[in-house]
Structure formats: structure tokens, C-alpha cells
Design a protein around this ligand. Structure first.
Ligand SMILES: NC(=O)c1ccc[n+]([C@@H]2O[C@H](COP(=O)([O-])OP(=O)(O)OC[C@H]3O[C@@H](n4cnc5c(N)ncnc54)[C@H](OP(=O)(O)O)[C@@H]3O)[C@@H](O)[C@H]2O)c1
Length: 248
């Protein structure tokens, strides 16, 4: 069947696959016929994702991205890739006046430095095939808006979007595409485990024209679009997925 959006048979590497958006991306990619290298820190979460994957030949790689010294070991375990999805990340809600250098370095390391160095290592070791697609999970926070106590997180995601533009230019001669997606609030445990109260949640939802938060699978489907050959002429771009939040 004619399907320009297919990723069947593509080999895709996904970080942050032990939970949330990364897990949903891995599961949806496997349902679309891709072969996956998935990584995460927590063995239980990564195994749970692995158990939910469809198809054969998938590989799990346990790795902590808070230390860049772990990057060569990850890259060594990969075969040539058609796509890479940088999903690992975390938030730290601290008012600007209380931010410490250690906290700032920790969030920049996982959300920005590690995916940048990991991408560079993939290029240097020729693990990204000609025509490969690299997708970063950024956020509306830092690109279109921010939140109270969200300056560190916003900075890390704003940096990702700057990186995407420069990387896209530098890797275009190799026919490697680089794009990002910027989700609004997605219903994963990143924000739902006590980070906001029921009352705040009810207030916040009103700010979404489509009257709900997004689902991890909805981000996964946007990522799959950017991984597919349907987007062979799209590079350096950012796909906004926010239920209309930033329109208001
Ligand atoms: N949820 C949202 O509303 C939202 C909105 C916009 C953007 N995002 C972005 O989407 C991405 C995924 O978020 P999520 O909501 O799916 O959160 P999540 O469920 O907490 O997943 C975060 C993932 O990142 C991994 N990770 C965190 N620190 C790591 C480290 N030091 N080394 C290796 N892996 C690490 C986690 O691995 P372990 O579990 O194994 O530690 C987990 O797989 C993040 O980049 C986040 O900033 C989320």
C-alpha cells in the first residue's frame, strides 16, 4: 500500500524510552514496523517498554546521560541508524532567585549537552545513515513561553531549538535532517505526580483551546512524521503540538 509516512524497516534510536513520551514513541515506532535501540536509566522502566514493543530485533541499552562519559559506550552498541529521537529530559521547578550552579549544570547536561554530544558522536562514528532524521523533544517552554519557576527548564529547551537550527545546516551536506517538536503539557508523570494540585490542573486546562492536555502518543505520531520519508525536505524546523495553548 502507498504510504509515504511509513517507517517500516527503519532502525531508530530513542533516548528516555523507559517512561512517558519516549516510551510511547518506542511503542508506536515498533507498531509501525521499525527496529529499535531504546535507552533509559531505570532498568525496570526500560524492560517494561521493551516488553510492550511489537516485532523483533529490538535492543535495550541502560545508560545515565547525566555523565557524558557514558556516551561512547551507548554509541558503540548501535548499528547504523535511519533515525534518532532525543527524548530523555527532566524539569526542575525552582524560582530564578534560588537557582544554584549545580542545578543549572545538571538540567543543561541531560536536556541539552548530552543530546548534543550524543548526536555529534553518532555523526563522527557514521552511525547516522545518509538520509537519517534526528528529532529532539523540546518544549513550548523556552521556545514560545515559560512558567513561574521554570527558567532553568526553559533555558535548556530554548538551547535545544537553537542547536537544531545550526545542526540542520551543518548536517545538510550529509543529507541528515534535524528537527524538533515542542509539546505543550502532556499527560505523563513528569507533571502529573503531585507537581500540580487538582485545583491548579482545572484552572490550567482552561488555557488549552482544545480543553485537554496532550497524550504521549500524540507526540509520538508527530515524531514518526519527522522520521518518515514524507518529511525528506524538512530540516531545521520545529513542530508545535500544544492543543492551541500558545495561540492565546
Ligand atoms: N510531559 C510534558 O508535559 C512535556 C512537555 C514538553 C516537553 N516534554 C519533554 O519530553 C521529554 C520526555 O518527558 P516525559 O514527560 O516523557 O517525562 P518522563 O516520563 O519523566 O520521562 C523522562 C525520560 O528521560 C529519562 N531521563 C531522565 N534523566 C535521565 C538521565 N540522567 N539519563 C538518562 N535518561 C534520563 C528518564 O529515564 P529513567 O526513567 O530511566 O530515569 C525517562 O525515560 C523530556 O525531554 C521533557 O522535557 C515533556
Amino acid at each position: 500500500m502507498y504510504n509515504p509516512f511509513s517507517i517500516e524497516g527503519k532502525t531508530i534510536f530513542i533516548t528516555g524510552a523507559s517512561s512517558g513520551i519516549g516510551r510511547a514513541t518506542a511503542i508506536e515506532c515498533s507498531r509501525m514496523g521499525a527496529v529499535l535501540f531504546i535507552t533509559g536509566r531505570n532498568p525496570k522502566g526500560l524492560q517494561e517498554t521493551y516488553d510492550k514493543l511489537e516485532g523483533n530485533g529490538h535492543v535495550q541499552i541502560l545508560a545515565d546521560l547525566s555523565d557524558s562519559l557514558n556516551i561512547p559506550d551507548i554509541v558503540d552498541q548501535l548499528s547504523p541508524l535511519d533515525g534518532a529521537v532525543h527524548c530523555a529530559g527532566f524539569t526542575n521547578m525552582t524560582p530564578f532567585q534560588f537557582i544554584g550552579e549545580k542545578d543549572l549544570n545538571a538540567i543543561m547536561q541531560v536536556n541539552f549537552t548530552a543530546p548534543a554530544l550524543l548526536s555529534q558522536a553518532l555523526v563522527k562514528t557514521k552511525k547516522l545513515k545518509k538520509g537519517a532524521s534526528v528529532v529532539f523533544i523540546s518544549s513550548i517552554s523556552g521556545v514560545y513561553c515559560s512558567s513561574v519557576a521554570g527558567s532553568m527548564y526553559s533555558a535548556s529547551k530554548g538551547a535545544v531549538n537553537g542547536l537544531v537550527k545550526g545542526m540542520a545546516l551543518d548536517l545538510a551536506p550529509r543529507k541528515i535532517r534535524v528537527n524538533s517538536v515542542t509539546p505543550g503539557m502532556i499527560d505523563t508523570h513528569l507533571f502529573s505526580e503531585g507537581a500540580i494540585t487538582e485545583e491548579l490542573f482545572r484552572e490550567d486546562i482552561k488555557r488549552y483551546p482544545l480543553s485537554r492536555y496532550g497524550q504521549p502518543e500524540e507526540v509520538a505520531h508527530a515524531v514518526i512524521y519527522l522520521l518518515s520519508d514524507a518529511t525528506q525536505w524538512i530540516t531545521g524546523s520545529n513542530l508545535l503540538i500544544d492543543g492551541g495553548y500558545t495561540l492565546l
